[in-house]
Design a binder for this molecule. Structure first.
Ligand SMILES: *Cc1c(COP(=O)(O)O)cnc(C)c1O
Length: 344
């Protein structure tokens, strides 16, 4: 495969690359053995993110999948039930680890619009008769990846949180792109995190660090997460190299997310004028384009012809993601490709 021009790579915000200054920060990072909890850069990152997220403690993970799985394992007993969205990342893209490793069964809750259907959640809840499955954990996703980077409305989250408290069931937020939500709404991430027991945020997506995610929550629970992370093979050593990249990203790349959102909105406005394309109005940096006919591969090829890479999510859905390495020229080229496809 030929090398993709990064500025034209709309497949995901995970493709971002560290800039020279970020690499410099990595080169100069203070290091230690993080399994002994002696890596100053990793500890600094955990302290900073705990504070940004309004939680007592945070733990650095190699991936979001491992952080989500650890959250499930720290909250829920094997054999209990995970209540999560039908189009959630945890259900669709984590290889069923909630079942295979955490030992949970899944009750899917409809999540049209990126939020759990509250009435459906209540309806699907098992009663507390002794022979029925016990509730383990509820998960929400913010922003919602597959449904187009949608921001979870705070009032709706508050309702789920109240219900979770009533049922004495922990609430976890898959907040891989929570910082996108915060920048889009010009507020602190704590607007959402105040309602949840734990939250995962990705550093390797729009923020542009080469790897890593954070799990934040109560000190007593994050202490248990440390052991679970080790058990899953996530005990890392001189991990300050990449923690320093994440610290750089939080200091320098966080405000740049607004630029991604603007570009996403501009491409959306143009795409919605193209016959046959029905894009979802974006809240943040993900553009989901529903198509009247199953011609996703055709649209991907049209983008390809101008050097732009987008992803077919299904026969009739295409996704374009905006990130810090995307250029304005690339956005214009993508719009041109959509228009040309519309006139074919
Ligand atoms: C990317 C993503 C994850 C998983 O992160 P990885 O670092 O790729 O394991 C989890 N949830 C959502 C919503 C994501 O977009």
């Amino acid at each position: 495969m030929s090398k993709v021009n990064l500025a034209y790579d709309f497949r995901s915000d995970t493709v971002t690359q560290p800039c020279a200054a970020m690499k410099e920060a990595m080169m100069n990072a203070d290091l230690g053995d993080d399994v002994y909890r002696e890596d100053p850069s990793a500890l600094a990152l955990e302290e900073k993110t705990a504070s940004l997220l309004g939680k007592e403690a945070a733990l650095y993970f190699p991936t979001g999948c491992m952080a989500n799985l650890t959250a499930l394992m720290m909250h829920a007993q094997p054999g209990s039930v995970l209540y999560a969205g039908a189009r959630s990342h945890i259900k669709l893209y984590e290889l069923g680890s909630y079942a295979r490793i955490a030992g949970l069964s899944l009750v899917e809750v409809p999540d049209t619009g990126g939020r759990l259907d509250f009435e459906a959640l209540k309806k699907s809840w098992f009663g507390d008769i002794y022979y029925l499955p016990k509730a383990g954990v509820i998960c929400v996703e913010n922003t919602h990846n597959m449904l187009g980077g949608l921001v979870y409305p705070e009032q709706e989250l508050a309702r789920v949180a109240e219900f979770a408290r009533e049922k004495q069931t922990p609430l976890h937020m898959d907040g891989a792109r929570l910082f996108n939500a915060a920048v889009a709404k010009d507020c602190s991430p704590t607007v959402w995190t105040q309602h949840v027991d734990s939250v995962m945020v990705a550093l390797s997506k729009g923020l542009g660090a080469p790897m890593g995610s954070i799990l934040a929550g109560r000190k007593s629970e994050i202490d248990r997460a440390l052991a679970i992370r080790k058990m899953l093979g996530g005990g890392m050593r001189q991990v300050g190299m990449t923690a320093a990249a994440a610290l750089y990203a939080l200091d320098h790349n966080l405000p740049l997310l607004a630029r991604d959102h603007d570009r996403c909105r501009r491409v959306y406005e143009a795409a919605k004028e193209v016959p046959g394309l029905d894009p979802v109005a974006p809240d943040t940096n993900i553009l989901i384009i529903n198509m009247a006919e199953p011609k996703a591969q055709e649209l991907v090829a049209a983008a390809d012809a101008v050097g732009a890479k987008v992803m077919a999510v299904s026969d009739s859905v295409v996704r374009a993601v905006f990130h810090l390495n995307i250029s304005d020229e690339a956005c214009e080229a993508l719009v041109d490709a959509f228009r040309k496809w519309g006139q074919r």
